[in-house]
Write a protein that binds this ligand. Structure first.
Ligand code: ATP
Ligand code: MG
Length: 551
């Protein structure tokens, strides 16, 4: 984050807090629930939380919000750790809300002893029906005035497993007429006889989000607990619990969720896409997950840059995915190794080339002075892209046409002399002649051509499979549409080219390297590659539809 950039509202607050001496250091946490893989929205939260403590001094914890035993899995914990590290951040402590179950239980007992919590025998339907509405007060439960002793006894027996799921809850005793519905005796604990990924079968009562999150923040002495806007109404309860329990005063701050066009961002929906096989998995390159983007070839630097540029807002908004693609292109342009790959071949025979073959030198990356060069084999039989030839071209067509000249990238100027056809009249090859004095780097021909084509030598070419991705959804905001979001899935989001022709330097392609297939796009090796064949994912095309705003 550059110093000139204006501060976001959280940075302004923290600036003030540090100046006034309210805090000596800043402590934040990133608190994922391990019930899915991280997505680009989480990345915004990660960049914000880790960015603040990097900038102002202090640290960030990684805390798994694992209070719901049913949906959580160890696989998700591992993927989350992996993704945060890959994004380039280091947490101070790896923590689990479930490690606080004993402390939270003690906190609950404290509230009961203070007369601020009670065991309610009502069913969830009964509780809901007595909740009232935003304009009407709720009604008190018949169990609200139990004695402290009775509550202590029943809560203890809830913990011991004497009651079935859903038969009782522990509720805070606040005010059933409160203007904030969440303050109308919220549920703190529910009974759930379920195995937990860390605590096993030790517990059959589990704390609700509101009775775990703020308390976990407080236990860790988090100064700035940053969450998304839907938690604004929860802040009052967050503060109430901390005040009544007399524990460390963490504070909650909210910012708008990061939404992106042409995708969905809730783990519930992403899980549906995976389970119903609309995609190949959480790391399908079309998914907005960190692992999907990584597999597609997006870089961590580009994702961080996107998060910085998109900034944080206090109102919900949706950011153009074009901004993300712009950041990816900018970063890859600096890093990607240039290679030549012909997708749809048309054979060119150079009739006057008598050398057999030779090596020409081509830069690995014109943007990188230290990028070096590679050797590319040139011979009398080449492939060019079929779309780079036109028999009856319009004016200002600078690619190949009968009698017209083009430069072959890093090699020679050629002229098309003859078009060869099969019996059915299809063009099968072009007979061309080359200008020997026109070799790139030592061109003395004096001929100027406007078009430069990529090519590969037929006998040296290797083949590869390409996977070309498009947006996963046909509409900008599938979640806001009337029908089910899955009706807006783009049926053409994946196009596979089974066998394209590549220059031999790609034989040693590495997973960690980015490639620009010249004139075609950015590509990365996919994990499905094997000794029997290479598979490349198109990360993003070369053309940029998105323009950064001025000013
Ligand atoms: P989802 O609705 O996708 O399941 P969540 O909020 O339930 O998201 P958590 O695992 O609870 O997911 O989120 C961990 C942290 O990441 C929270 O602090 C949450 O506010 C933040 N976060 C999640 N989604 C977004 C988003 N789209 N934009 C910004 N922050 C997000
Ligand atoms: Mg959540």
């Amino acid at each position: 984050m550059s110093e000139e950039k204006s501060l976001n509202f959280l940075e302004e607050l923290i600036d003030q807090d540090l100046k006034s001496g309210r805090y000596k250091q800043i402590v934040t946490r990133f608190p994922p629930e391990p019930n899915g893989y991280l997505h680009i929205g989480h990345a915004a939260s990660i960049v914000l939380n880790f960015g603040l403590t990097a900038r102002y001094g202090g640290y960030t914890n990684l805390r798994f919000d694992d209070t719901n035993p049913v949906t959580e899995e160890t696989e998700y914990v591992e993927s989350i750790k992996n993704d945060v590290k890959w994004l380039g951040f280091e947490w101070k402590n790896e923590l689990y809300a479930s490690d606080y179950f004993d402390t939270l239980y003690e906190y609950a007992l404290k509230l009961i002893r203070l007369g601020l919590a009670y065991v309610d025998d009502s069913t969830s339907e009964e509780i809901a029906s007595m909740k009232g509405t935003p304009t009407e007060p709720g009604r008190n439960s018949a169990y609200r005035d139990r004695t402290i002793e009775e509550n202590l006894d029943l809560f203890e027996r809830m913990r011991k497993g004497e009651f079935p799921d859903g038969s009782r809850t522990l509720r805070a005793r606040i005010d059933m007429a409160h203007t904030n519905m969440l303050m109308r005796d919220p549920i703190l604990y529910r009974i759930k006889h379920a195995h937990h990924h860390r605590t096993g079968d030790k517990w059959c009562i589990y704390p609700m989000y509101d009775f775990a999150h703020g308390q976990s923040d407080s236990i860790e002495q988090v100064t700035h607990s940053i969450c998304t806007l839907e938690f604004v109404p929860h802040r009052e309860l967050y503060d109430w619990l901390i005040e009544k329990l007399e524990i460390y005063p963490s504070h909650q701050y909210e910012f708008a969720r990061r939404n992106l066009t042409y995708t969905v961002m809730s783990k519930r929906k992403l899980l549906q896409l995976v389970n119903e096989k609309h995609v190949s998995g959480w790391d399908d390159p079309r998914m907005p997950t960190i692992s999907g983007m990584r597999r597609r070839g997006y870089t961590a630097a580009a994702i961080r840059e996107f998060c910085d540029r998109a900034g944080i807002a206090r109102r919900d908004n949706i950011v153009d995915v074009g901004l993300l693609e712009f950041c990816v292109r900018e970063d890859l342009n600096k890093k990607a190794l240039r290679r030549m790959v012909v997708f749809d071949p048309l054979k060119v025979v150079i009739t006057n080339y008598e050398k057999g073959e030779e090596m020409v030198l081509s830069e690995n990356n014109p943007e990188d002075p230290n990028g070096g060069e590679r050797e590319v084999p040139f011979s009398a039989e080449l492939y060019i892209e079929r779309e780079d030839f036109m028999e009856n071209p319009p004016k200002k067509y600078f690619r190949l046409a009968p009698g017209q000249m083009v430069r072959l990238k890093s090699a020679y100027i050629i002229r098309c002399d003859e078009v060869i056809r099969d019996a059915a009249g299809n063009i099968t090859e072009l007979h061309c002649s080359y200008i020997p004095e026109s070799k790139s780097g030592s061109d003395t021909s004096g001929i100027n051509v406007k078009g430069t084509l990529h090519w590969v030598s037929v006998k040296h070419a290797i083949t590869a499979e390409l996977r070309l991705y498009d947006r996963l959804f046909k509409v900008e905001d599938p979640s806001s549409e009337e029908s089910d979001f899955k009706e807006y899935i783009n049926p053409d989001s994946l196009q596979v080219l089974k066998s394209v022709f590549a220059e031999p330097a790609l034989k040693t392609a590495k997973f960690e390297d980015a490639y620009q297939f010249i004139r075609k796009g950015y590509f990365v090796l996919d994990k499905d590659s094997s000794t029997s064949g290479m598979v490349f994912n198109r990360t993003v095309g070369l053309k940029d539809g998105w323009k950064p705003q001025k000013g």
